[in-house]
Design a protein around this ligand. Structure first.
Ligand code: NIG
Ligand code: FE
Length: 412
């Protein structure tokens, strides 16, 4: 007979349930269960509520008790909806050049940037990529992040992009944490591709994406729209064709130049990510669409640039999620909670908006309806912090880490 597991008692259990998908949030909209408990069976939540009442109902021989004997706040396992954590090499040199005043684009033109990581990642053995991705994913899990989107985009040829997606798939199978793969072959046109930008995108459509489908490696594609990457016109053609192949669409937009938002809205992308340079009309456009805004404070911190206008986006009614953008170039830190706290204090996001951005709303950005909220029927992914008040989590600005993480109800 399959046993239930009763986990608790939690000083505060934050469900993140009954929160609207879009718009601003007050902290009093957070549902908090004091002395809370969770009953889990086969990785899913069977019941949630008062620990003592759950004990009365489930405390029999068929229930294992995972007893918490300290004060603890539990929240849904965090979700990072935007990362590039499958890479080889270091871009410390780029960072030193940025400190010396060079811009991201200047560094890329001078032989650093994405092209440098592409060279190293193409040359890397799959086993080495697997090992470094495994380490990064384990770091996330320790920090309470139980679902991670991971993009390819550092090989930029058919063989190499398939290698990266295969590596991501293997690590996903090996670890408890869930990796959601996205094909970012349209990151930039690599320097060794001899044709034009549209020809490079044609090549992805004709050669790579059918194989990605055939091997079932990803159902999401991303494109980087910017100076030094792809134009809005090129992106529209590419995204339309990828959509016809059945892919979910994601856009890197408005990092250095405006324009990506309109493309994402026109094409019905799941999300448009970055948004540091967006204008007020684009905020309205997003507010009138179902596209989720993903802000990436780690990239602002890594480049020493401005934050995306999170406050304005929320006030306009947009749904806002937060990603770490962890990558070797623009965002080398990879600490989602720290970055959430930092953008929160600069942009004046409430605790509820910040926490929703890395749980419930991040799940929606990945089209995952089975997580991000603690409620009956959903996956029992949880992060427990040894404090008595949930506000301590953001207040400590990333220096408070969870003391227990559960993935599908199992302690990690
Ligand atoms: O999201 N700007 C585009 N792509 C990444 C950076 C990649 C890199 O610099 O290696 C980003 O910031
Ligand atoms: Fe990115």
């Amino acid at each position: 007979m399959i046993k239930n597991r009763l986990i608790g008692p939690f000083t505060q259990l934050l469900t993140m349930d009954n929160i609207p998908l879009g718009g601003s949030l007050n902290d009093n909209q957070l549902e908090i269960i004091p002395n809370g408990g969770v009953v889990v069976c086969e990785g899913k939540i069977v019941k949630i509520g008062n620990f003592d009442l759950l004990g009365d109902q489930f405390g029999d021989r068929n229930t294992i008790i995972d007893y918490i004997d300290t004060e603890m706040v539990v929240i849904p396992g965090m979700i990072d909806p935007h990362t590039h954590i499958c890479w080889a090499g270091s871009r410390a040199n780029d960072y030193a050049l940025r400190l010396a005043g060079k811009s991201y684009l200047e560094i890329a033109l001078g032989g650093g940037g994405i092209g440098d990581t592409v060279e190293k990642t193409r040359a890397a053995e799959p086993a080495d990529l697997e090992a470094s991705l495994t380490e990064r994913a384990k770091t996330y899990l320790r920090n309470g992040v139980t679902t991670i989107e991971v993009k390819s985009g550092y090989c930029l040829n058919t063989e190499g992009e398939l290698k990266l997606l295969e590596v991501i798939g293997r690590v996903n199978k090996k670890l408890a944490v869930d990796l959601i793969p996205t094909c970012l072959a349209a990151h930039i046109k690599p320097s060794d591709f001899k044709g034009t930008q549209p020809e490079y995108l044609d090549n992805i459509i004709n050669e790579l994406l059918p194989e990605v489908k055939r091997r079932n490696l990803s159902n999401r594609i991303d494109i980087y729209i910017d100076k030094g990457a792809f134009t809005t016109e090129e992106a529209i053609l590419y995204l339309n064709r990828a959509k016809a192949l059945g892919f979910d669409l994601v856009v890197h937009g408005d990092q250095f130049t405006e324009g990506g938002v309109a493309v994402a809205c026109e094409l019905g992308a799941r999300s448009v990510d970055h948004l540091e340079m967006m204008n007020d009309q684009e905020i309205q456009l997003l507010a009138d669409s179902d596209v989720i805004s993903i802000v990436l404070p780690g990239s602002s911190l890594g480049l020493g640039g401005r934050f995306a206008p999170a406050r304005k986006l929320l006030d306009a009614g947009c749904s806002l999620a937060i990603g770490s953008d962890w990558n070797p170039g623009s965002a080398p830190m990879g600490d989602l909670l720290l970055q959430t706290a930092i953008i929160g204090i600069y942009e004046k996001m409430t605790m509820a908006e910040s926490l929703a951005g890395i749980t419930f709303r991040a799940a929606k950005a990945l089209n995952l309806n089975d997580r991000g909220v603690l409620k009956m029927g959903l996956i029992a992914d949880m992060a427990g912090f040894s404090v008595a008040d949930y506000r301590e989590i953001i207040y400590h600005q990333g220096s408070l880490n969870p003391s227990v993480v559960w993935k599908r109800g199992e302690r990690q």
